[in-house]
Write a protein that binds this ligand. Structure first.
Ligand code: NAD
Ligand code: DAU
Length: 359
């Protein structure tokens, strides 16, 4: 590793967004990146194979709840900034087993904050000034929007619905508390639904692509009318760098792609892309595979991000539209079965056993 570049500790760097952040930060040539990840079912070092052996990249297998180990890494690597993405991230899993979400997202974040505070206090004046704890959060903390009105701004009240979003909301509050109480320089971002390469195939978009390619049902919860606001993951990674480097201390920034779609629209668009790129051998459309299944309990109707503050203050704009980004994503899954097929075989078979019809 080059020792003259600022060192960014990325937690959760083996996950979907974290790996995009590691790849992006290293590609700029402006940072040393230290990836700290526990490698849960969602962590995958094969997402980072492009960085293997790179002089500006290092990996540590560690749990954010292990304050001593985290403290050692912060000191040994002379970390100058932290980007905190490590989390349990899947809403359906949080409904089935909420305590893992409390442990990692709430207790883990507080443990990481404790280690970060001690580290920050040990730094010299200039390093204290440039230090940032950037907490990466979600639009789900704001809760449920009606179908026909409203958007989330940075001033929207917190009203989480699921154990996942409640745990993320709690973590946001702890991060703000460390700033208000101890003066630690923090910045927060709340982003909408991401999609793109290396997305674990339990989430809607990669699940639907993989199931369609395997001639399996495409499960749509309820009537497919719920709305999400989609952002290509590489656009999020660029936004996160902007927040970390240009965001005002103590502030939060909403990030989103102004790309609201119903779930059914998303699934139908994927089917159309696959019909064009990989037609089925029986000559039918992939639309025939859609199956309407039991709805998610407490399913938020709609999320919609107003990204005006990020656009205005950070000069950030997405580079992909939903259509171009989804096309790239479908192409990536068509070309990279080496990445997702082993996951489906070894970790998650895509059937959602115990979820469909179980509640
Ligand atoms: P992910 O589930 O793909 O990855 C999470 C990563 O965190 C994994 O590599 C996992 O091994 C690691 N991890 C989990 N527990 C850990 C622990 N105790 N210690 C260290 N590492 C641990 O998640 P993602 O979709 O990449 O989301 C990353 C972050 O972004 C999360 O904080 C999530 O809340 C937030 N976010 C996600 C989205 C989205 O659409 N995916 C949108 C907005 C915000
Ligand atoms: O909004 C940001 C959030 O987006 C992140 O904070 C979460 O970490 C991330 O997982 C994502 O949460 P969602 O619950 O919105 O994503 P998911 O892909 O699980 O579901 C998207 C929508 O599709 C949601 O309305 C539920 C629906 N769905 C999901 C699955 C897995 C289906 O209809 N069928 C499915 O099989």
């Amino acid at each position: 590793m080059k020792k003259d570049l600022p060192t960014v500790l990325v937690t959760g760097g083996a996950g979907f967004i974290g790996s995009a952040v590691c790849r992006h930060l290293v590609s700029t040539g402006a940072y040393r990146v230290v990836n700290l990840d526990k490698l849960t079912y969602a962590g995958n070092l094969s997402s980072l194979r492009d960085l293997d052996g790179h002089p500006n990249y290092a990996f540590y297998k560690a749990d954010i709840c292990d304050t001593d180990k985290v403290s050692e890494i912060l000191a040994a690597e002379k970390v100058g900034r932290i980007m905190h993405l490590a989390a349990e991230s899947h809403v359906d899993r949080s409904i089935d087993g909420p305590m893992a979400f409390v442990t990692t997202n709430v207790v883990g974040t507080a443990s990481l904050l404790s280690a970060a505070l001690a580290h920050w206090r040990s730094l010299g004046f200039a390093e204290q000034e440039s230090f940032r704890f950037h907490h990466v959060s979600t639009d789900e903390v704001f809760g449920d929007l009606p179908f026909d009105s409203g958007v989330f701004t940075e001033e929207s009240p917190y009203k989480p619905s699921s154990p996942y979003s409640a745990s993320k909301a709690a973590s946001d509050h702890f991060v703000r508390a460390w700033h208000e109480t101890y003066g630690m320089p923090v910045v927060l971002s709340n982003c909408s639904n991401n999609y793109g390469p290396y997305h674990f195939p339990e989430k809607l978009i990669p699940l639907v692509i993989a199931n369609a390619l395997d001639e399996r049902q495409l499960p749509v919860y309820g009537k497919g009318a719920n709305v999400r606001d989609w952002l290509f993951v590489e656009d999020h990674a660029r936004a996160l760098e902007a927040v970390m480097t240009r965001g005002q201390v103590g502030e939060s920034y909403n990030i989103g792609g102004r790309a609201e779609r119903t779930n059914l629209e998303v699934v139908e668009t994927i089917c159309a892309l696959l019909d064009a790129r990989r037609p089925r051998s029986n000559g039918k459309s992939h639309l025939d595979l859609i199956a309407y299944v039991t709805d998610r309990p407490g399913h938020d109707r709609r999320y919609a991000i107003d990204p005006t503050k990020s656009e205005r203050e950070l000069g950030w704009r997405p580079q992909e539209t939903f259509e171009t980004g989804l096309g790239r994503t479908v192409d990536w899954y068509l070309e990279n079965g080496w990445w997702w097929r082993p996951i489906r075989e070894q970790r998650f078979d895509g059937t959602r056993q115990g979820l469909v019809g179980a509640r």
